[in-house]
Design a protein around this ligand. Sequence first.
Ligand code: 3PY
Length: 248
Amino acid sequence: MRKIVAGNWKMNMNYHEAAKLLDEIIISRSSKPDDVQLIIAPPAIYLSEFSSALRDLENISLAAQNVYHSDNGAYTGEISTSMLSSLGINYCIVGHSERRTLFKETDTDVNLKVKSLLKDGIQPIICIGELLHERENETHFQVIEKQILAALEGLSEAESAKVLWAYEPVWAIGTGKTASAEQAQEMHAFIRKILSENGFNTQTPILYGGSCKPGNAKEIFGGKDVNGGLIGGASLKANDFLQIANSF
Ligand code: 3PY
């Protein structure tokens, strides 16, 4: 299974800071073997230039952090999947908990975005995760099952093979709390079970996200169903991000 470490830069860094960080990552990875695929998700405004900078590098790809599902039209401020595809963007994060919570993105929105991305040849990184009270009242497995099935509604097994998953317990995002390696592995195995029971592809990467950092990445990535990470804050420092990428 492919190992993937993705950096979700969120809405951080001005252009100069972002370009410097990308350069540091490129310099350090250009001499590395191709064993771990890095994905960088910068703010959308930097995608065009970064995609030119990364053109010849196979082990670093770009992801958008969000997209709108319609092809074009009067949707002020939005970006379409075909626009991303025309820049050669390979991945797009969908359904991050910050989008679900702050921007009221629903499971239906996630499903529409996934379909639109696949139509334009972009691999969605679908974020799923339970809230703190859902873990505490032990409904976390039901929540995750519902999110998976809603995201893949109407998709074939072949289409589901193009999807990457990111399990991001919401209580571990921006809180400094991390799921234990056992909790992460347990949920990742559950995700594969749900995919299998519903006739979807089970061989797609499942990343862990939520306060993953150099100090805990190795332990978390040790889980047999954990294929890498979607990294928030720690992806904003080249050393931390690269250390995480070396944690397999
Ligand atoms: C985090 O680790 O904080 C994330 O939200 C990664 O997407």
